[in-house]
Structures are given as structure tokens and as C-alpha cells.
Design a protein around this ligand. Structure first.
Ligand code: GUN
Length: 301
């Protein structure tokens, strides 16, 4: 039985981070010669104590410093009100040492994320969540592109090269963070794009038509092997924690990570597939660094 090529997102992301670190070093030395301080700076704002968010924010900070950039972490209590957070974002907008601003989501219930995101200077919006950047992407104009879809596109281009043109792409999921921007990027690459979601009729049949299948629904192992067109390229954005496969280990409370695609089944049908973990996940932070460097360069002409 044929076996799909495993797309090594971890290695690709490390390679990208190494290349970004070289560019940052270059920018710093050029800036130093010009008497200018050209060290990219990323501000990450965390409100509250969400354990998963704490882990993400720590990894983002470490990756930023490892790339030779400056990391500014702002940790605010769970009780922070919206006006205080908006005031902090406005201060970061004005700070010339800060080139990128990321407000970690989710936010506590008393804060409207849309109001906070709308406050971020679009030129510093390294998440690409501001309506101006979302609108630019939807119109095919340059702007800041959300990190996860950007990472997915880089992996797709690595596997398929320029061969995206005319391909049938199906995006499973219509979130503003992944599904919608992913569809816009695929369209910009001249794919024929379908967005499928929980109300789509005959989802397996829609999936089976796709040369490129991007799964971003957050439903563990929902996409089965017989949903996949033979030879298709499968990008699995899902990161779902489920009980361990071994019942004895599960009884001890042990867990494992799975994607939105049933990996073992997909391996026998797909042409190439991203694993979970080690596929799309590592690309998100690498693309955050890429966006921070891009934002720095654009802000400095
Ligand atoms: N929470 C989970 N993923 C993300 C992300 O990519 N950006 C932000 N700001 N918050 C998140």
C-alpha cells in the first residue's frame, strides 16, 4: 500500500527561524551603521491566567529572543477592564521600539476582543486580525496575514511549488483566524476554492473532490481516509487533546494529541500530509516572527 509523504513542519519552521535570525542580525548591523536602532520588537499582551495561553505566550517570547528580536511581555490580571487594556494597546501603538503587537486570545468575558483588536495599529497587527488587514487579504491587497494560514501556504508551496494554479482546494472550517484567510490565500494562488463547514451537505463527497484539503474545525480525527482523494495534499490544522489510545493509559488520565484528520487512514490515501504534532503547529510561531520582521521593515521604509 502506498504511503503519503509526511510534511515536516517542525524542520521547515526551524529552517525559517534560522533564516529570520540571520536577517535580523543583518538588519541590526545595518541599523547600527546608520546610527539607528533597528531591532525588531514584539509586544505580547496576556490578560488572566489561562494555562494554555501562558504556555503560548512563553514560547512566543522565547522564540522572539532566539531570533535576535526584542520581546516585551505585558501580563495583566484577570480583572483588567477594557479601558485599561485599550490604553495599553494605544501606548504600544505609539512606542517606536514596538514593531508588532499581539493580544493573546481568548480575553476575559468583560473585554470585547473586537474593540481591542480594532485599537491595534494595523501596521503593527502581526496577528493579521484587524479588519483593515482582514479586508486587505479578502481584496487580494498586501497587508499582515494571519500566522497559521500563512504557515499552511508555505508548507503547500514547499510540497507543490507553483503547481497550485487551477487545483481544487477545500477548506474545512470558516473561522476568522484560519478558515476564511486560508481560503483567500488559496484563491490568490489561483486555486478553485470551496469553504465547507458544519452545515455543508455531504461533506465526505466535497472533501473527495479536493486536490488540497485544509482541515481546521477542531474535531478530532473527523476526516476519514475515504474522504480523501488519492494523492491529495492534506494540511491538518487541528490540535485536539484526546484520551490515550491504550485503555490502561487512558484510565490513568494520559492523553495524546490528534489532528482533525485520521492520520493513519489518511497516510494510505493522501500524497502528502502534515502530522500532528510537528506539522502546522510549529509554523505558527515561525510566521509570527516573519510577520514581526515584515512589519519592522515596512515601518522603516
Ligand atoms: N490564541 C490562540 N491562537 C492565537 C493566535 O494566533 N493569536 C492570538 N492573539 N491569540 C491566540
Amino acid at each position: 500500500m502506498s504511503q503519503a509523504r509526511i510534511i515536516d513542519g517542525k524542520a521547515f519552521a526551524q529552517n525559517l527561524r534560522d533564516r529570520l535570525a540571520l536577517q535580523v542580525a543583518d538588519l541590526r548591523s545595518t541599523g547600527a551603521k546608520g546610527g539607528q536602532d533597528l531591532v525588531p520588537g514584539l509586544a505580547v499582551v496576556l490578560v488572566g491566567e489561562n494555562p494554555a495561553s501562558q504556555v503560548y505566550v512563553r514560547s512566543k517570547g522565547q522564540a522572539t529572543v532566539a531570533a535576535g528580536m526584542r520581546s516585551f511581555e505585558h501580563k495583566l490580571p484577570d480583572t483588567t477592564d477594557q479601558a485599561t487594556l485599550v490604553a495599553l494597546v494605544e501606548k504600544l501603538n505609539r512606542d517606536p521600539a514596538v514593531n508588532g503587537i499581539l493580544v493573546q486570545l481568548p480575553l476575559p468575558a468583560q473585554i470585547d476582543p473586537a474593540v481591542v483588536i480594532a485599537t491595534i495599529d494595523p501596521a503593527k497587527d502581526v496577528d493579521g486580525f484587524h479588519v483593515e488587514n482582514a479586508g486587505r487579504l479578502a481584496l487580494g491587497l498586501p497587508g499582515m496575514v494571519p500566522c497559521t494560514p500563512l504557515g499552511c501556504m508555505m508548507l503547500l508551496r514547499d510540497v507543490l511549488g507553483d503547481d497550485l494554479r487551477g487545483k481544487r482546494a477545500l477548506v474545512l472550517g470558516r473561522s476568522t483566524i484560519v478558515g476564511r484567510p486560508m481560503a483567500s490565500l488559496l484563491l490568490a494562488a489561483d486555486c478553485t476554492v470551496t469553504i465547507a463547514h458544519s452545515r455543508t451537505q455531504d461533506l465526505p463527497e466535497e472533501c473527495r473532490r479536493a486536490d488540497i484539503l485544509v482541515a481546521a474545525v477542531g474535531r478530532p480525527e473527523m476526516v476519514r481516509g475515504d474522504w480523501i482523494k488519492p494523492g491529495a495534499t492534506v494540511i491538518d490544522v487541528g490540535i485536539n487533546r484526546v484520551p490515550h489510545a491504550d485503555p490502561a493509559a487512558a484510565a490513568e488520565g494520559r492523553t495524546r494529541l490528534v489532528g482533525d484528520v485520521h492520520f493513519a487512514e489518511a497516510m494510505t490515501v493522501a500524497g502528502a500530509i502534515t502530522p500532528v504534532p510537528g506539522g502546522v503547529g510549529p509554523m505558527t510561531i515561525a510566521c509570527l516572527l516573519l510577520n514581526t520582521l515584515t512589519a519592522t521593515c515596512r515601518q522603516n521604509g
